[in-house]
Design a binder for this molecule. Structure first.
Ligand code: DGL
Length: 259
């Protein structure tokens, strides 16, 4: 199971956020088939215990692999921090690609800049994040900004509503005019990039891990001889633990949003 080059790539997140990564995956690998699973019934992961995030991530990855996924993308910074190494040890024959806050490209682009890293509480608490700052932060001033409640609010859609704008003002309003860059360290946040930019001011540069994750998937599939060999465009399917027509319509809508 899971080793056919014409098999699908399983992509998962706690909910709609991973769709921002899926967009980058499809752009990089248009001939691959993707099955996206959003665990919206259990979102947000970023406010759960590590044991809970590990259990949820393991269940989803194992189900996708059992269904024939040839590779897995953990399209969630939180689940990557908690579960990636455990999943890789359990499935050494399946390429498993994760995502991390894009501090490396941000610090390279803004070597002496002030950079906000917006992410979940779990992502910012774990050692993986602190190691990332030590390794790539260089001369930058790196400011962690936990955003409790933001992923859950994005799950509801209606991204232009005033309450969401107020939430963003609360997280980053005090940094307006004082920062050079923002790392969107949760895959939900690219969907409110424009809204964050409106709060912070026009000159701020944004970084997220979607494109890097897509390049990493390409490399891992190529190494394993698993790149799709077909000419037709790949298929993209959506599934959710909130298995209602409304939820799946919401996923399709997020997939069509530019972010
Ligand atoms: N989208 C996820 C991430 O990248 C987590 C959001 C959440 O469920 O808290 O961290």
């Amino acid at each position: 199971m899971g080793k056919e080059r014409d098999g699908f790539v399983g992509v998962f997140d706690s909910g709609v956020g991973g769709i921002s990564v899926l967009r980058a995956l499809v752009a990089e690998l248009p001939h691959e088939d993707f099955l996206f699973f959003g665990d919206s019934a259990n979102a947000p992961y970023g406010e759960k215990t590590e044991a809970q995030v590990l259990d949820l991530s393991r269940d989803i990855a194992e189900r996708l692999i059992a269904e024939g996924a040839k590779a897995i993308v953990i399209a969630c910074n939180t689940a990557t921090s908690v579960a990636a190494s455990t999943l890789r040890s359990a499935h050494p024959d399946v390429p498993i690609v994760g995502i991390e806050p894009a501090l490396k490209p941000a610090a390279r682009a803004l070597p002496h800049g002030t950079i906000l890293v917006m992410a979940t509480e779990v992502t910012l608490r774990l050692e993986k994040y602190h190691e990332l700052v030590r390794t790539w932060g260089g001369e930058c001033e790196v400011v962690p900004v936990p955003c409790p409640g933001l992923a859950a609010r994005i799950e509801l859609g209606d991204l232009d509503a005033p309450d969401l704008r107020e939430m963003l003002e609360g997280y980053v309003g005090s940094y307006a005019g004082k920062v050079d860059g923002v790392v969107l360290g949760c895959t939900h946040y690219p969907f409110v990039r424009r809204h964050i930019a409106e709060v912070l001011g026009a000159d701020v540069r944004f970084f997220d891990g979607g494109a890097g994750t897509a390049r990493q998937l390409r490399a891992r599939l190529a190494d394993a001889g698993l790149l799709a060999g077909r000419d037709r465009p790949g298929r993209v399917e959506f599934a959710s633990s909130l298995d209602t027509p409304e939820e799946l319509a919401l996923y399709e809508r997020f997939f069509s949003l530019s972010c």
